[in-house]
Design a protein around this ligand. Structure first.
Ligand SMILES: Cc1cc2nc3c(=O)[nH]c(=O)nc-3n(C[C@H](O)[C@H](O)[C@H](O)COP(=O)(O)OP(=O)(O)OC[C@H]3O[C@@H](n4cnc5c(N)ncnc54)[C@H](O)[C@@H]3O)c2cc1C
Length: 421
């Protein structure tokens, strides 16, 4: 009999399975779709498309513990952004990491001199404590925290809203200031990066040497406390294990365990465009400072040319939420906004695909962490491993997988690691 059955091959499930397999347990992962959960990559007409636009924070402690960065071939994204007001664009960045951003940063209209000094003060303040301690302490919305720091209206609207909107998947800066401080620190420590061959390389690396069966959906869990095992009813029959780790999305985890673990969903929408001409040579993240559907965009092929066929260009546009528009109307509206950036050249863009992700993250308002579930469930022998026990992030999902595995192994050092470490 299996020691542990893991349900779901996202980052939480794969990390749990990896820790347990390395500790000598007999582990199998059952996955309803393909390996990776929310981190997948596909090739369309020779373009390598990640599901959505998701960057990696190389400073995430859990990533560093489990992944071989060399084999991932991480490509650093410039530590700067381009703020766009229609045709007008301004580069803003960390001149130490991206010297090319210096002239724009010095003359910036979005950030006043006072704002630049406040950024420097924030870097100094948030660099000193351990990263995980930033997830503790007083909480409030990110917007109220930034205002208390004295940032100008212009800086909040033109930079923080679209930049952190792209991370929290909400532009209102209503997410927890603790999380803001943690992400800010991750940015200071390691910037952002993309695996050259796509974000799907991350789960693929974690899954190597694991027993993973894809295309099998688990529909029910039947614990047998009298003989110490659990039966999982699946689309391919029944399977028994001594323990089960439920590592699905929170909604499915709630249905399988009967525990009220779901914390709701933030959806987001992505449009992928191909271009035969270079409309923009910019490798930096593009932020829309105006009202509109576009929150941010990235010429992915300007960072990683191999993501597009030779001589071609790939643009990914992020729209926050799930607009109530059919694909054609959404595409037309986004093209309209892009034509304000690029003029008639935007007419030459070819739409490669539109993707609506219904559960991209769960909302994380102030004090959200105090409301999160633990790993135990009411079903004997069944544990939870998911972003929903930690934070809606790559770090949170992996850390949750590690802790569920540590509980089964009775590993006190793994269990006592603080959130975010
Ligand atoms: C567009 C987007 C942008 C994001 N941006 C960031 C970011 O900038 N930084 C960051 O850190 N995080 C970001 N995230 C969040 C991060 O990707 C997730 O928090 C994390 O990947 C969740 O991992 P998980 O293992 O908990 O869940 P999932 O990845 O959802 O994995 C769950 C798995 O369970 C499987 N499953 C479900 N039901 C069943 C069943 N009944 N039987 C078998 N298998 C089942 C699913 O198919 C899936 O593979 C983003 C996510 C998205 C989608």
């Amino acid at each position: 009999m299996l020691d542990v059955l893991v349900i779901g091959a996202g980052l939480a499930g794969l990390t749990a399975a990896r820790v347990l397999t390395r500790a000598g347990r007999r582990v199998r992962v059952l996955e309803a779709a393909g390996v990776g959960g929310r981190l997948t990559t596909r090739v369309v007409d020779g373009y390598t498309l990640d599901a959505g636009y998701q960057v990696i924070f190389p400073a995430y402690p859990a990533l560093r513990r489990h992944l071989d960065f060399g084999a991932l071939d991480l490509v650093q994204i410039p530590s700067a952004a381009v703020i766009r007001w229609g045709a007008r664009a301004e580069v803003l960045g960390d001149p130490l990491r991206d010297p090319g951003s210096l002239p724009g940063s010095l003359t910036s209209r979005a950030l006043t001199l006072g704002d630049k000094l406040r950024v420097a003060r924030l870097v100094a303040q948030l660099r000193a404590p351990s990263p995980h301690s930033l997830l503790n302490g007083p909480d409030e919305t990110t917007e109220s925290y930034l205002r208390r720091q004295g940032f100008s209206e212009g800086a909040i609207d033109a930079f923080f809203r679209p930049f952190f909107g792209g991370i929290f998947l909400r532009r209102d800066l209503g997410a927890s200031a603790r999380l803001f401080r943690y992400y800010f620190r991750m940015l200071v420590d390691g910037g952002t990066a993309l695996p050259r061959r796509g974000v799907g390389e991350i789960p693929a690396q974690l899954a190597r040497d694991l027993d993973v069966t894809t295309g099998v959906r688990v529909t029910r869990l039947l614990p047998h406390p009298e003989n110490g095992h659990v039966t999982a009813v699946t689309s391919a029959g029944e399977i028994d294990a001594r323990s089960v780790i439920v590592a699905t999305d929170p909604g499915t985890a709630q249905a399988l365990t009967g525990e009220p673990v779901s914390r709701g969903s933030l959806g987001s929408t992505y449009l992928y465009y191909a271009s035969a001409t270079a409309l923009d040579r910019q490798p930096r993240l593009l932020l829309n400072a105006e009202d509109g559907l576009i929150n941010n965009a990235q010429w992915v092929s300007n960072v990683i040319p191999e993501r597009a066929p030779a001589g071609e260009h790939l643009l990914t546009v992020s729209v926050l939420g799930l607009p109530d528009l059919d694909d054609d109307s959404l595409d037309a509206r986004v093209r309209g906004e892009l034509s304000r950036w690029y003029g008639a050249g935007a007419g030459g863009l070819r739409t490669l695909g539109i993707e609506r992700i219904h559960h991209a993250q769960y909302p994380q308002p102030p004090e959200y962490a105090a409301t999160l579930p633990g790993h135990a469930t009411g079903l004997p022998g069944v544990l939870l491993a998911s972003e929903v026990t930690a934070s809606s992030s790559i770090q949170g999902a992996m850390e949750s997988g590690e802790k569920a595995a540590a509980i089964l192994l009775g590993d006190l050092s793994g269990m006592s690691r603080p959130r975010g470490a």
